[in-house]
Design a protein around this ligand. Structure first.
Ligand code: AMP
Length: 435
Protein backbone atom coordinates (compact mmCIF):
# COMPACT_ATOMS: atom_id res chain seq x y z
CA UNK A 1 0.00 0.00 0.00
CA UNK A 2 1.29 3.44 -0.86
CA UNK A 3 2.14 5.47 2.26
CA UNK A 4 1.78 9.15 2.92
CA UNK A 5 4.98 11.09 3.55
CA UNK A 6 6.06 11.16 7.21
CA UNK A 7 4.99 14.36 8.93
CA UNK A 8 2.07 14.98 6.56
CA UNK A 9 -1.65 14.38 7.10
CA UNK A 10 -4.74 13.73 5.00
CA UNK A 11 -7.56 16.16 5.71
CA UNK A 12 -11.03 14.60 5.42
CA UNK A 13 -14.28 14.29 7.38
CA UNK A 14 -14.33 16.25 10.65
CA UNK A 15 -10.68 17.31 10.25
CA UNK A 16 -11.45 18.85 6.85
CA UNK A 17 -14.56 20.52 8.26
CA UNK A 18 -12.38 21.97 11.03
CA UNK A 19 -9.98 23.45 8.44
CA UNK A 20 -12.91 24.95 6.52
CA UNK A 21 -14.49 26.26 9.72
CA UNK A 22 -11.21 27.95 10.64
CA UNK A 23 -11.14 29.69 7.26
CA UNK A 24 -14.81 30.74 7.64
CA UNK A 25 -14.08 32.28 11.05
CA UNK A 26 -11.00 34.01 9.59
CA UNK A 27 -13.09 35.46 6.73
CA UNK A 28 -15.70 36.75 9.17
CA UNK A 29 -13.37 38.18 11.82
CA UNK A 30 -10.68 39.58 9.50
CA UNK A 31 -13.35 40.90 7.10
CA UNK A 32 -14.72 43.18 9.85
CA UNK A 33 -11.22 44.71 10.07
CA UNK A 34 -11.10 45.26 6.29
CA UNK A 35 -8.87 42.35 5.22
CA UNK A 36 -9.25 40.58 1.85
CA UNK A 37 -8.00 37.11 0.95
CA UNK A 38 -4.91 36.51 -1.19
CA UNK A 39 -3.47 33.25 -2.48
CA UNK A 40 0.15 33.04 -3.56
CA UNK A 41 1.97 29.99 -4.98
CA UNK A 42 3.22 27.26 -2.60
CA UNK A 43 6.47 27.33 -4.57
CA UNK A 44 8.72 30.40 -4.76
CA UNK A 45 12.29 31.21 -5.65
CA UNK A 46 14.70 30.41 -2.81
CA UNK A 47 15.81 34.06 -2.98
CA UNK A 48 12.36 35.22 -1.84
CA UNK A 49 12.80 33.33 1.45
CA UNK A 50 16.52 34.09 1.85
CA UNK A 51 15.89 37.85 1.47
CA UNK A 52 12.92 37.87 3.78
CA UNK A 53 13.40 35.22 6.42
CA UNK A 54 17.19 35.54 6.56
CA UNK A 55 20.10 33.40 5.38
CA UNK A 56 21.15 32.49 8.92
CA UNK A 57 17.78 31.30 10.25
CA UNK A 58 17.11 27.62 10.96
CA UNK A 59 14.10 27.78 8.67
CA UNK A 60 16.22 28.73 5.65
CA UNK A 61 19.39 26.82 6.51
CA UNK A 62 17.96 23.52 7.66
CA UNK A 63 14.22 23.25 7.17
CA UNK A 64 13.39 24.48 3.67
CA UNK A 65 12.34 21.84 1.14
CA UNK A 66 14.13 22.59 -2.10
CA UNK A 67 12.44 21.79 -5.43
CA UNK A 68 14.19 20.81 -8.67
CA UNK A 69 12.67 19.56 -11.92
CA UNK A 70 13.62 15.99 -12.89
CA UNK A 71 15.87 17.21 -15.72
CA UNK A 72 17.64 19.60 -13.37
CA UNK A 73 18.25 16.86 -10.79
CA UNK A 74 20.08 14.82 -13.44
CA UNK A 75 22.31 17.71 -14.43
CA UNK A 76 22.93 18.60 -10.74
CA UNK A 77 23.95 15.02 -9.97
CA UNK A 78 26.28 15.04 -12.98
CA UNK A 79 27.82 18.38 -11.94
CA UNK A 80 27.79 17.58 -8.23
CA UNK A 81 26.92 21.13 -7.23
CA UNK A 82 24.26 23.83 -7.41
CA UNK A 83 26.80 26.35 -8.67
CA UNK A 84 25.76 28.12 -11.84
CA UNK A 85 22.01 27.66 -11.31
CA UNK A 86 19.93 30.71 -12.17
CA UNK A 87 17.67 32.25 -9.49
CA UNK A 88 14.61 30.98 -11.35
CA UNK A 89 15.95 27.41 -11.11
CA UNK A 90 16.48 27.59 -7.35
CA UNK A 91 13.02 26.90 -5.95
CA UNK A 92 11.57 25.95 -2.58
CA UNK A 93 8.25 24.99 -1.03
CA UNK A 94 7.18 27.90 1.17
CA UNK A 95 8.07 27.39 4.85
CA UNK A 96 5.81 30.31 5.84
CA UNK A 97 3.42 32.72 4.15
CA UNK A 98 4.75 36.22 4.76
CA UNK A 99 7.70 36.31 2.34
CA UNK A 100 5.49 35.16 -0.59
CA UNK A 101 2.70 37.64 0.17
CA UNK A 102 5.20 40.49 0.47
CA UNK A 103 6.85 39.36 -2.80
CA UNK A 104 3.36 39.43 -4.42
CA UNK A 105 2.67 42.90 -3.00
CA UNK A 106 5.94 44.20 -4.49
CA UNK A 107 5.51 42.47 -7.86
CA UNK A 108 1.85 43.51 -8.30
CA UNK A 109 2.36 46.96 -6.77
CA UNK A 110 -0.35 46.36 -4.19
CA UNK A 111 0.79 49.28 -2.03
CA UNK A 112 1.42 52.16 -4.46
CA UNK A 113 3.04 55.22 -2.90
CA UNK A 114 0.45 57.38 -1.16
CA UNK A 115 -2.35 54.82 -1.35
CA UNK A 116 -4.21 53.02 1.43
CA UNK A 117 -2.47 50.05 3.05
CA UNK A 118 -2.93 46.54 1.64
CA UNK A 119 -4.76 44.35 4.17
CA UNK A 120 -4.43 40.73 3.16
CA UNK A 121 -5.11 37.32 4.71
CA UNK A 122 -4.27 33.84 3.45
CA UNK A 123 -4.82 30.18 4.29
CA UNK A 124 -2.83 27.26 3.01
CA UNK A 125 -0.20 24.56 3.50
CA UNK A 126 3.38 25.37 4.57
CA UNK A 127 6.36 23.01 4.44
CA UNK A 128 9.28 22.61 6.84
CA UNK A 129 11.75 19.72 7.03
CA UNK A 130 11.46 19.37 10.81
CA UNK A 131 11.51 16.18 12.88
CA UNK A 132 7.83 15.22 13.02
CA UNK A 133 6.19 15.02 16.47
CA UNK A 134 2.91 16.04 18.12
CA UNK A 135 1.99 19.47 16.77
CA UNK A 136 5.09 19.59 14.55
CA UNK A 137 4.59 18.48 10.96
CA UNK A 138 6.44 18.72 7.67
CA UNK A 139 3.33 19.91 5.87
CA UNK A 140 1.07 21.96 8.12
CA UNK A 141 -1.56 24.62 7.54
CA UNK A 142 -1.54 28.24 8.47
CA UNK A 143 -3.97 31.12 8.38
CA UNK A 144 -2.15 34.42 8.33
CA UNK A 145 -2.56 38.15 7.93
CA UNK A 146 -0.27 40.77 6.36
CA UNK A 147 -0.95 44.48 6.76
CA UNK A 148 1.35 46.44 4.46
CA UNK A 149 1.72 50.21 4.65
CA UNK A 150 0.73 50.64 8.31
CA UNK A 151 3.20 52.25 10.72
CA UNK A 152 0.95 53.48 13.55
CA UNK A 153 1.27 51.61 16.87
CA UNK A 154 -2.55 51.40 16.81
CA UNK A 155 -2.21 48.93 13.93
CA UNK A 156 0.02 46.64 16.05
CA UNK A 157 -2.63 46.69 18.77
CA UNK A 158 -5.53 46.19 16.30
CA UNK A 159 -3.72 43.22 14.79
CA UNK A 160 -3.29 41.62 18.23
CA UNK A 161 -6.89 42.37 19.26
CA UNK A 162 -8.11 40.81 15.99
CA UNK A 163 -5.96 37.70 16.59
CA UNK A 164 -7.36 37.24 20.10
CA UNK A 165 -10.93 37.70 18.82
CA UNK A 166 -10.22 35.07 16.16
CA UNK A 167 -9.08 32.58 18.83
CA UNK A 168 -12.14 33.25 20.97
CA UNK A 169 -14.48 32.82 18.00
CA UNK A 170 -12.85 29.44 17.31
CA UNK A 171 -13.96 28.39 20.79
CA UNK A 172 -10.97 28.92 23.10
CA UNK A 173 -11.79 29.89 26.67
CA UNK A 174 -10.48 33.47 26.86
CA UNK A 175 -8.63 32.89 30.14
CA UNK A 176 -6.76 29.88 28.72
CA UNK A 177 -4.92 32.02 26.17
CA UNK A 178 -1.53 33.43 27.11
CA UNK A 179 -0.45 36.38 24.96
CA UNK A 180 3.22 37.29 25.22
CA UNK A 181 4.64 40.47 23.70
CA UNK A 182 8.03 42.15 23.33
CA UNK A 183 9.77 44.79 21.27
CA UNK A 184 12.90 43.86 19.34
CA UNK A 185 13.88 47.38 18.26
CA UNK A 186 14.60 48.50 14.72
CA UNK A 187 17.44 49.31 12.34
CA UNK A 188 18.48 52.21 14.61
CA UNK A 189 18.83 50.35 17.92
CA UNK A 190 18.90 46.63 17.18
CA UNK A 191 22.42 46.36 15.65
CA UNK A 192 24.02 47.73 18.86
CA UNK A 193 21.82 45.48 21.03
CA UNK A 194 22.61 42.45 18.87
CA UNK A 195 26.32 43.21 19.28
CA UNK A 196 25.89 43.36 23.06
CA UNK A 197 24.23 39.93 23.09
CA UNK A 198 26.98 38.57 20.84
CA UNK A 199 29.69 39.85 23.21
CA UNK A 200 27.75 38.47 26.19
CA UNK A 201 27.63 34.99 24.62
CA UNK A 202 31.34 35.10 23.74
CA UNK A 203 32.16 36.25 27.30
CA UNK A 204 30.36 33.12 28.57
CA UNK A 205 31.54 30.85 25.76
CA UNK A 206 32.79 28.10 28.10
CA UNK A 207 29.26 27.64 29.53
CA UNK A 208 27.37 27.69 26.22
CA UNK A 209 26.58 24.90 23.74
CA UNK A 210 28.15 24.72 20.27
CA UNK A 211 24.87 25.78 18.64
CA UNK A 212 24.81 28.98 20.69
CA UNK A 213 28.43 29.72 19.82
CA UNK A 214 27.47 29.41 16.17
CA UNK A 215 24.39 31.57 16.84
CA UNK A 216 26.63 34.24 18.40
CA UNK A 217 28.06 34.91 14.95
CA UNK A 218 24.98 34.28 12.80
CA UNK A 219 21.97 35.28 14.88
CA UNK A 220 22.87 35.92 18.55
CA UNK A 221 19.31 36.74 19.68
CA UNK A 222 18.30 33.13 18.93
CA UNK A 223 20.37 32.04 21.94
CA UNK A 224 17.36 33.13 24.07
CA UNK A 225 15.46 30.20 22.49
CA UNK A 226 18.10 27.53 23.22
CA UNK A 227 16.65 24.48 24.99
CA UNK A 228 19.97 23.59 26.69
CA UNK A 229 19.52 24.22 30.48
CA UNK A 230 23.08 25.62 30.87
CA UNK A 231 22.54 28.12 28.07
CA UNK A 232 19.15 29.09 29.53
CA UNK A 233 20.78 29.70 32.91
CA UNK A 234 23.48 31.91 31.35
CA UNK A 235 21.04 33.80 29.13
CA UNK A 236 19.02 34.79 32.21
CA UNK A 237 21.62 37.53 32.77
CA UNK A 238 21.96 38.57 29.13
CA UNK A 239 21.07 42.14 28.08
CA UNK A 240 17.34 42.47 27.28
CA UNK A 241 15.88 44.12 24.17
CA UNK A 242 13.37 46.46 25.90
CA UNK A 243 16.24 48.00 27.92
CA UNK A 244 18.07 48.91 24.72
CA UNK A 245 15.36 50.47 22.56
CA UNK A 246 15.91 53.85 20.91
CA UNK A 247 13.43 56.59 21.87
CA UNK A 248 11.20 55.98 18.82
CA UNK A 249 10.97 52.23 19.46
CA UNK A 250 10.37 52.72 23.18
CA UNK A 251 7.56 55.18 22.46
CA UNK A 252 6.05 52.85 19.83
CA UNK A 253 6.10 49.94 22.30
CA UNK A 254 4.55 52.05 25.07
CA UNK A 255 1.71 53.12 22.77
CA UNK A 256 1.03 49.54 21.63
CA UNK A 257 0.67 48.52 25.29
CA UNK A 258 -1.58 51.49 26.05
CA UNK A 259 -3.91 50.53 23.17
CA UNK A 260 -3.95 46.89 24.30
CA UNK A 261 -4.89 48.07 27.81
CA UNK A 262 -7.65 50.22 26.34
CA UNK A 263 -8.98 47.20 24.41
CA UNK A 264 -8.92 45.14 27.61
CA UNK A 265 -6.54 42.55 26.15
CA UNK A 266 -4.51 40.69 28.78
CA UNK A 267 -0.82 40.26 27.91
CA UNK A 268 2.48 39.40 29.50
CA UNK A 269 5.72 41.06 28.55
CA UNK A 270 8.57 38.65 27.88
CA UNK A 271 11.78 40.60 27.21
CA UNK A 272 13.41 37.40 25.88
CA UNK A 273 10.77 36.74 23.20
CA UNK A 274 12.64 36.74 19.89
CA UNK A 275 10.85 35.23 16.92
CA UNK A 276 12.76 32.77 14.75
CA UNK A 277 12.72 34.81 11.57
CA UNK A 278 15.07 37.74 10.91
CA UNK A 279 12.54 40.14 9.44
CA UNK A 280 10.83 41.24 12.66
CA UNK A 281 11.27 44.79 13.98
CA UNK A 282 9.70 46.41 17.04
CA UNK A 283 6.56 44.57 18.23
CA UNK A 284 6.61 40.75 18.33
CA UNK A 285 4.02 38.49 19.95
CA UNK A 286 3.10 34.86 20.47
CA UNK A 287 0.04 33.06 21.82
CA UNK A 288 0.10 29.84 23.83
CA UNK A 289 -2.72 27.82 25.36
CA UNK A 290 -2.35 26.95 29.04
CA UNK A 291 -2.01 23.22 29.55
CA UNK A 292 -2.33 22.21 25.88
CA UNK A 293 1.32 21.16 25.55
CA UNK A 294 1.57 22.01 21.86
CA UNK A 295 3.77 25.13 21.99
CA UNK A 296 2.74 28.39 20.35
CA UNK A 297 -0.51 28.29 18.36
CA UNK A 298 0.27 31.57 16.63
CA UNK A 299 2.64 34.47 16.49
CA UNK A 300 3.73 37.46 14.51
CA UNK A 301 5.00 40.98 14.64
CA UNK A 302 6.08 44.06 12.77
CA UNK A 303 8.48 43.83 9.84
CA UNK A 304 9.15 47.38 8.65
CA UNK A 305 12.16 46.44 6.50
CA UNK A 306 10.68 43.44 4.69
CA UNK A 307 9.15 45.13 1.63
CA UNK A 308 12.56 46.66 0.88
CA UNK A 309 14.32 43.30 1.36
CA UNK A 310 11.95 41.86 -1.26
CA UNK A 311 12.87 44.63 -3.71
CA UNK A 312 10.06 47.12 -2.98
CA UNK A 313 10.03 50.69 -1.70
CA UNK A 314 10.46 51.15 2.06
CA UNK A 315 7.02 50.24 3.44
CA UNK A 316 6.14 49.40 7.03
CA UNK A 317 4.17 46.25 7.68
CA UNK A 318 3.08 43.71 10.22
CA UNK A 319 1.25 40.41 10.44
CA UNK A 320 0.80 37.08 12.13
CA UNK A 321 0.24 33.40 11.35
CA UNK A 322 -1.55 30.70 13.29
CA UNK A 323 -1.11 26.94 12.96
CA UNK A 324 -4.26 24.92 12.18
CA UNK A 325 -3.07 21.53 13.49
CA UNK A 326 -1.95 22.90 16.86
CA UNK A 327 -5.18 24.86 17.24
CA UNK A 328 -7.21 21.67 16.67
CA UNK A 329 -5.14 19.83 19.31
CA UNK A 330 -5.42 22.68 21.81
CA UNK A 331 -9.19 23.00 21.26
CA UNK A 332 -9.59 19.23 21.72
CA UNK A 333 -7.81 19.56 25.06
CA UNK A 334 -10.60 22.01 26.04
CA UNK A 335 -13.31 19.64 24.79
CA UNK A 336 -14.08 21.68 21.66
CA UNK A 337 -14.45 19.86 18.33
CA UNK A 338 -13.91 22.47 15.62
CA UNK A 339 -15.19 20.10 12.90
CA UNK A 340 -18.24 18.81 14.78
CA UNK A 341 -21.21 20.25 12.93
CA UNK A 342 -22.03 18.24 9.81
CA UNK A 343 -24.11 19.82 7.06
CA UNK A 344 -27.82 19.10 7.50
CA UNK A 345 -29.19 16.85 4.76
CA UNK A 346 -32.33 15.05 3.63
CA UNK A 347 -32.39 11.37 2.60
CA UNK A 348 -34.74 10.16 -0.13
CA UNK A 349 -35.66 6.47 0.42
CA UNK A 350 -37.72 4.49 -2.06
CA UNK A 351 -38.88 1.02 -3.09
CA UNK A 352 -37.06 -0.44 -6.13
CA UNK A 353 -40.12 -0.16 -8.44
CA UNK A 354 -40.22 3.66 -8.20
CA UNK A 355 -36.45 4.20 -8.29
CA UNK A 356 -36.60 5.67 -11.81
CA UNK A 357 -39.15 8.35 -10.88
CA UNK A 358 -37.18 9.29 -7.74
CA UNK A 359 -34.35 10.63 -9.92
CA UNK A 360 -36.44 13.74 -10.72
CA UNK A 361 -37.47 14.23 -7.06
CA UNK A 362 -33.84 14.21 -5.93
CA UNK A 363 -32.93 16.65 -8.70
CA UNK A 364 -35.75 19.03 -7.69
CA UNK A 365 -34.58 19.00 -4.05
CA UNK A 366 -31.01 19.74 -5.04
CA UNK A 367 -32.16 22.50 -7.40
CA UNK A 368 -33.85 24.04 -4.36
CA UNK A 369 -30.43 24.09 -2.65
CA UNK A 370 -31.15 21.18 -0.29
CA UNK A 371 -28.27 18.80 0.46
CA UNK A 372 -29.84 15.49 -0.64
CA UNK A 373 -28.71 11.88 -0.37
CA UNK A 374 -30.30 8.78 -1.87
CA UNK A 375 -29.40 5.16 -2.40
CA UNK A 376 -27.19 4.25 -5.36
CA UNK A 377 -26.40 0.64 -4.38
CA UNK A 378 -29.79 -1.09 -4.75
CA UNK A 379 -30.35 -1.37 -0.98
CA UNK A 380 -33.60 -2.53 0.65
CA UNK A 381 -35.89 0.13 2.16
CA UNK A 382 -34.83 -0.99 5.65
CA UNK A 383 -31.13 -0.52 4.96
CA UNK A 384 -31.85 2.83 3.26
CA UNK A 385 -33.35 4.02 6.59
CA UNK A 386 -30.19 2.84 8.37
CA UNK A 387 -28.14 4.70 5.79
CA UNK A 388 -30.20 7.86 6.41
CA UNK A 389 -29.28 7.62 10.11
CA UNK A 390 -25.64 7.04 9.28
CA UNK A 391 -25.31 10.15 7.10
CA UNK A 392 -27.08 12.14 9.83
CA UNK A 393 -30.12 13.12 7.76
CA UNK A 394 -32.57 15.31 9.67
CA UNK A 395 -35.45 14.52 7.28
CA UNK A 396 -36.29 11.42 5.25
CA UNK A 397 -38.54 11.43 2.19
CA UNK A 398 -40.19 8.02 1.64
CA UNK A 399 -41.54 7.07 -1.76
CA UNK A 400 -43.35 3.83 -2.64
CA UNK A 401 -45.77 2.76 -5.41
CA UNK A 402 -48.82 4.25 -3.65
CA UNK A 403 -47.17 7.61 -2.92
CA UNK A 404 -45.88 8.07 -6.47
CA UNK A 405 -49.29 7.10 -7.95
CA UNK A 406 -50.98 9.70 -5.69
CA UNK A 407 -48.34 12.38 -6.43
CA UNK A 408 -47.43 12.45 -2.73
CA UNK A 409 -44.38 11.73 -0.56
CA UNK A 410 -44.12 10.73 3.09
CA UNK A 411 -41.87 13.18 4.96
CA UNK A 412 -40.41 11.84 8.19
CA UNK A 413 -38.66 13.90 10.85
CA UNK A 414 -35.71 11.73 11.87
CA UNK A 415 -35.59 13.01 15.42
CA UNK A 416 -39.26 13.10 16.45
CA UNK A 417 -40.21 10.25 14.03
CA UNK A 418 -43.34 12.23 13.13
CA UNK A 419 -44.50 11.64 9.57
CA UNK A 420 -46.74 13.62 7.23
CA UNK A 421 -47.92 13.50 3.60
CA UNK A 422 -46.66 16.25 1.29
CA UNK A 423 -47.60 16.93 -2.35
CA UNK A 424 -44.62 15.99 -4.52
CA UNK A 425 -44.88 19.34 -6.28
CA UNK A 426 -44.48 21.17 -2.93
CA UNK A 427 -41.73 18.88 -1.59
CA UNK A 428 -38.69 21.07 -2.45
CA UNK A 429 -40.14 24.21 -0.84
CA UNK A 430 -41.46 22.34 2.24
CA UNK A 431 -38.14 20.55 2.79
CA UNK A 432 -36.09 23.73 2.19
CA UNK A 433 -38.19 25.49 4.85
CA UNK A 434 -37.70 22.67 7.39
CA UNK A 435 -33.91 22.56 6.94
P1 AMP B 1 6.01 30.53 12.94
O1 AMP B 1 6.02 31.23 11.65
O2 AMP B 1 7.10 29.52 13.09
O3 AMP B 1 5.85 31.39 14.14
O4 AMP B 1 4.67 29.67 12.90
C1 AMP B 1 3.40 30.22 13.17
C2 AMP B 1 2.53 29.11 13.73
O5 AMP B 1 2.48 28.02 12.80
C3 AMP B 1 3.08 28.50 15.00
O6 AMP B 1 2.64 29.22 16.12
C4 AMP B 1 2.49 27.12 14.96
O7 AMP B 1 1.16 27.13 15.44
C5 AMP B 1 2.47 26.80 13.49
N1 AMP B 1 3.62 25.96 13.09
C6 AMP B 1 4.89 26.36 12.82
N2 AMP B 1 5.65 25.32 12.46
C7 AMP B 1 4.85 24.21 12.51
C8 AMP B 1 5.04 22.82 12.23
N3 AMP B 1 6.21 22.34 11.82
N4 AMP B 1 3.99 21.98 12.38
C9 AMP B 1 2.78 22.45 12.79
N5 AMP B 1 2.54 23.75 13.04
C10 AMP B 1 3.55 24.63 12.91
Amino acid sequence: MAQRVQGTEDLYGGYMRAWQRMQDVAREVFGVYGFNMIETPAIEQVATFVHGIGESTDVVRKEMFRVFSGALVESLLAKGSEQGLKAKQRLALRPEGTAGVVRAAVQNNLVPQGSAPAKLWYAGPMFRGERPQKGRLRQFHQVGVEWLGASDPASDAECIVMLMQFFERLGFAADSLRLVINSMGDGACRPAYREQVRSFILDHASQMCDDCLERAELNPLRAFDCKNPHCREVMRDAPLAPDHLCDECASHYAQVKRYLDEAGVRYEEDPTLVRGLDYYTRTVFEVEVEGAGVGAIGGGGRYDGLMELEGGKPTPGLGFAVGFERIVLALQAQGVDLGAAEERCVYVACTPDVRASVFGTVLALRNAGVRTECDCQGRSLKSQFKQADKVGACLCVVLGTDEVAAGKAALRDMRSHEQEQVDLADLPSVVAQRM
